[in-house]
Ligand binder design. Structure first.
Ligand code: PRT
Ligand code: ZN
Length: 303
């Protein structure tokens, strides 16, 4: 029996992100918010980690699952749509190949089945014997199987939405975010196959101790960065009697820190708010008796 193949021990972690495209900037900003900084190679394909031994490889998003599966990269920021399609294609529906470490909250879209506006959609059985154009053949075949439908999958690498007008297909299965592309092509979404967003992905297997330690550190920082991304610290003063009115008005707030001032019932409060602290909300709080309202940005958080 041949020995198991394991990735060679490396003392640096390597993360693949999209070089350019929808996920490139948000992926970099998130990693920078985790305290990483890099020195870029001249060809702008490799970024050497300076603050931590965590390097970036800048590639096409479609290449990221393969780079992870082959052990060239340890982690990658990629759309769930791309990761799931590649996972199904590699595993044939068997044991999973990839692990989603975190959902990252950007790059949101859905993989949808769309048909011409003129169709009176009654359900999936209408697709029997029809041609469906897609760049996601494995996800589409899996969905068709669960529906018990025999249809022809037409593989296209781009411009899927014009396939029905060109007579290449009867329906399509493609990513939708605002829906404007479907409308422009006289199509309508009728089924959702997958809800997607950018994820931090890795292999299902374990890392060696050094990379496992770096991954743990990165996850802790990323959880903090994801948590505070849209959060603000609200500071204000109020009398104790007003708390039952004021606290429910705080947008998606954590339990506030309350400090007594003046030895009386006058309090200073600070609350971490995850919801939007609009001018309107601040004015409402002031009308309800809050004083000295101050909103502060949050740089980082470690639970
Ligand atoms: O060069 P590279 O291969 O790296 O980039 P790419 O052109 O393949 O990818 P890119 O940057 O377009 O998308 C990267 C990832 O962003 C995708 O894999 C998704 O996870 C995510 N994402 C989010 C989207 C969309 N929203 C999206 N709307 N990817 C593509 N679209 C396309 C869709 O294919 C369709 O053509 O936008 C059109 C529909 O948009 P609406 O707003 O009209 O519905
Ligand atoms: Zn791509």
């Amino acid at each position: 029996m041949s020995p198991p193949v394991t990735a060679p021990a490396r003392d640096r972690l390597r993360i693949a992100i999209q070089k350019s495209g929808r996920l490139a900037d948000p992926a970099r900003s998130l990693l920078a918010a985790c305290g990483l900084s890099w020195r870029e190679s001249r060809d702008r394909l490799f970024c050497f980690g300076e603050t931590l031994p965590i390097d970036l490889l800048l590639v096409r998003d479609d290449d990221i699952p393969g780079l992870i599966a082959d052990g060239v990269c340890d982690l990658g920021v990629v759309g769930r749509n791309v990761l799931t399609e590649a996972g199904l294609a590699r595993s044939g529906g068997g044991a999973p190949v990839f692990r989603e470490w975190r959902s990252l909250g950007f790059g949101g879209c859905r993989l949808a089945l769309a048909v011409p506006d003129a169709w009176d959609w009654q359900g999936a059985q209408q697709l029997a014997g029809k041609r469906i154009a897609t760049s996601y053949p494995a996800l589409l075949r899996q969905w068709l199987d669960t529906q018990g439908i025999d249809a022809n999958v037409v593989l296209l690498s781009g411009s899927v939405e014009i396939a029905p007008r060109l007579g290449q297909a009867d329906a399509i299965c493609d990513l939708v975010s605002s829906g404007a592309t479907l409308v422009a092509n006289q199509l309508k979404a009728v089924e959702t196959l997958l809800e997607s967003e950018a994820v931090l992905a890795g292999p299902v297997g374990e890392f060696d101790p050094v990379r496992a330690g770096l991954t743990d550190l990165l996850m802790r920082r990323m959880d903090g960065a994801l948590r505070v991304r849209n959060s603000k610290l609200l500071m204000f003063q109020a009398t104790r009697g007003l708390l039952p009115t004021l606290l429910p008005m705080l947008p998606d707030a954590e339990e506030p820190t309350v400090m007594q001032i003046d030895g009386e019932d006058r309090l200073a409060l600070q609350a971490l708010c995850h919801g939007a602290l609009t001018w309107q909300r601040l004015e409402e709080l002031k009308r309800a008796g809050a004083r000295g309202l101050m909103v502060l940005p949050i740089e980082g958080m470690l639970a």
